[in-house]
Design a protein around this ligand. Structure first.
Ligand SMILES: Cc1cc2nc3c(=O)[nH]c(=O)nc-3n(C[C@H](O)[C@H](O)[C@H](O)COP(=O)(O)OP(=O)(O)OC[C@H]3O[C@@H](n4cnc5c(N)ncnc54)[C@H](O)[C@@H]3O)c2cc1C
Length: 318
């Protein structure tokens, strides 16, 4: 286990880690290949779908259990990367993939995430794709972040909306972490993306049964139609019965240092009949706490429109 050596890292599909090593962003003293571990199973048990950490992104997206019970997750996975990459990438690696901020990848430029204390190149540099939500939102104020990078994963946005549990195993045994607590915002220590402890191995994720399968939608907005990370994405899940919404969950991608959970959405939609007017109010409510950098003010309108579009598609209204 990597716990014995703080400089060691696990390698699964290698689609992110090898890139980072080639560029010199990370140089683990030891690589531990985990591909032989029996962690590829996708099964339904005890009112939840359990997906092994080594299940491939393509196998998860194509699996009958996921397509029928958790289609939001299948949609999000299929919106990411390319067929070839999804055939290599694993669930555990996807959860831990690192930001695509260009300052993080360029060793000649400052980056608090790569080299703590060196500064954030994006703050006064190129920040068109960067964050609009920061630590402190939802608690009355917005604190200035020491890192403007956004979390890159599509899968994690759906998992956050679906309130997934991440199962990890480490030197202190097994523990379960809710998605909302798995990734971190950047008030302190932007070099840490997650709350995973040294040496811990992700073994599985668990998605509880829910009533969202008929009314969910993952919408990804990007600069190119394929093979590009999200400028903004929305995972919207609704439970609609008798013409009214009885439960609602939403998470946003491409807007913060972690998948951004829109907590008030349930309160605002519960008991209401779906309509574009209502969805516009819901979208604009959350955007009040967004904060643009010099180049990304367009993302505020874009996110608002994406929320409305995703909710309409989930609700099946035109
Ligand atoms: C060109 C390109 C385009 C892409 N486009 C998208 C996109 O549009 N959307 C998207 O969401 N993603 C995209 N990706 C990212 C891709 O989804 C990730 O690279 C992939 O999911 C990582 O999985 P992996 O198994 O290859 O991880 P690895 O590269 O093997 O590992 C990544 C990290 O996770 C750690 N790790 C892996 N498994 C475990 C485990 N079980 N427990 C603990 N630690 C573990 C490793 O130590 C490493 O730090 C893209 C990647 C590329 C190269």
């Amino acid at each position: 286990m990597a716990g014995d050596n703080p400089e060691a890292q696990y390698i699964a599909g290698g689609t992110n880690l090898i890139d980072l090593m080639k560029r010199g962003v990370t140089s683990p003293a030891k690589l531990i290949d985990i591909n032989h571990l029996p962690l590829r199973k996708i099964e339904h048990r005890n009112d939840r779908v359990r997906i092994g950490a080594l299940a491939l992104n393509s196998d998860v997206a194509e699996h009958r259990l996921i397509q029928t019970r958790q289609p939001l997750l299948a949609q999000a996975l299929l919106a990411g990367a390319s067929g070839q990459l999804r055939n290599m990438a694993t669930v555990g690696g996807n959860l831990l993939q690192r930001t695509r901020c260009s300052y993080f990848y360029d060793l000649a430029l400052p980056c608090n995430k790569r080299k703590p204390g060196s500064g954030c190149g994006a703050e006064e540099g190129i920040n068109r794709t960067h964050a609009i939500f920061f630590a402190g939102n939802g608690f009355g104020g917005i604190e200035k972040s020491s890192c403007l990078a956004v979390h890159p994963s599509d899968m994690c946005v759906a998992l956050t909306a679906l309130e997934t549990t991440v199962v990890v195993n480490g030197p202190d045994g097994e523990r379960r972490v809710m998605m909302k607590d798995f990734h971190r915002l950047t008030t302190q220590q932007p070099e840490l993306d997650t709350n995973l402890r040294p040496g811990e191995l992700i073994t599985a994720i668990e998605v509880e049964d829910n009533a969202f399968a008929r009314h969910s939608h993952y919408l990804k907005v990007r600069d190119r139609a394929s093979y590009a990370f999200a400028l903004v994405s929305v995972a919207a899940a609704l439970q609609i019965d008798g013409g009214k919404i009885w439960d609602a969950r939403m998470a946003l991608g491409g807007v913060a240092h972690k998948p951004w959970r829109y907590w008030a959405v349930d309160l605002m939609l519960r008991g209401q009949a779906p309509s574009e007017k209502l969805f516009r109010e819901v979208a604009e409510h959350e955007m009040k706490s967004a904060k643009a950098t010099e180049q990304n003010a367009f993302k505020i309108r874009l996110t608002s429109n994406a929320i409305v579009a995703a909710l309409k598609l989930a609700a099946g209204i035109s």
